[in-house]
Design a protein around this ligand. Structure first.
Ligand code: IPE
Ligand code: MG
Length: 218
């Protein structure tokens, strides 16, 4: 979900306002995904590197996530959205972590759409943690398989994405789902995230349907 800062700057608004509008775009996009019959939607909300941003911006993102959990996600739960977070949990403010865990529990029975929110997430950190767990467990090197590693990622139930959409014109993964996106189709959209919604999602899905996927086979 990239481009919140540029969206705000282009309007002479504080960056926090861009993040707020970004939260509205997330809601629109989740509702569009439900309509399109998508089973699973993962969004990159906050990276392990985003802590390096100015304190007031980080604070505004934490507050916004808090408010999104309080106000937006319960409405989405009424529409059948199960929400799960993945990433580090140890650096998130205690109160927010409590709200995250409550939301996950309260929506665990829902299955119209699985919403996965990457928060304090980094693909490299995730792989390092998985390897650490494997070493801790004393798995013998010769027994170690791809499935063993996949089972120790933050969210083993998160399906590998068929499609990864990057907004705002940047053409890189920026540490998102490094393991899981090995065979994902990539679509880059110039839209700044706060302007993203049903129409842009439809365009990306149309593009996806034109791709031929072979997973390395013929
Ligand atoms: C994405 O928007 C939101 C987060 C990373 C939290 P940015 O804040 O990165 O927007 P730009 O890249 O500055 O426009
Ligand atoms: Mg950015």
């Amino acid at each position: 979900m990239d481009g919140n800062g540029r969206w705000a700057t282009a309007r002479g608004l504080p960056v926090a306002e861009g993040h707020r509008e970004g939260a509205r775009a997330l809601r629109r996009t989740v509702e569009a995904a439900i309509e399109f019959g998508i089973d699973s939607l993962a969004v990159y909300a906050f990276s392990t590197e985003n802590w390096a941003r100015p304190d007031d911006e980080v604070e505004s993102i934490m507050e916004l996530m808090d408010r999104t959990i309080e106000r937006e996600l319960p409405d989405l739960a009424k529409q059948g959205v199960r929400t799960r977070f993945f990433g580090r949990r140890d650096r998130v403010p205690d109160e927010l972590r409590g709200k995250i865990e409550r939301l996950e529990t309260e929506t665990a029975h829902l299955d119209r759409l699985n919403l996965w929110i990457a928060f304090d997430y980094g693909g490299r950190a995730e792989l390092v943690e998985a390897v650490r767990t494997i070493l801790d467990e004393g798995v013998r090197p010769q027994d170690m398989s791809e499935a063993d590693l996949a089972a120790r990622l933050y969210a083993p139930d998160l399906p590998d994405p068929d499609l990864v959409i990057r907004t705002s014109g940047e053409q890189r993964l920026s540490n998102f789902l490094l393991w899981q996106s090995a065979y994902s189709e990539l679509v880059f959209d110039d839209t700044l995230w706060p302007d993203f919604g049903e129409e842009q999602l439809r365009v990306a899905l149309d593009e996806y349907t034109r791709r031929g996927r072979r997973f390395g086979a013929r």
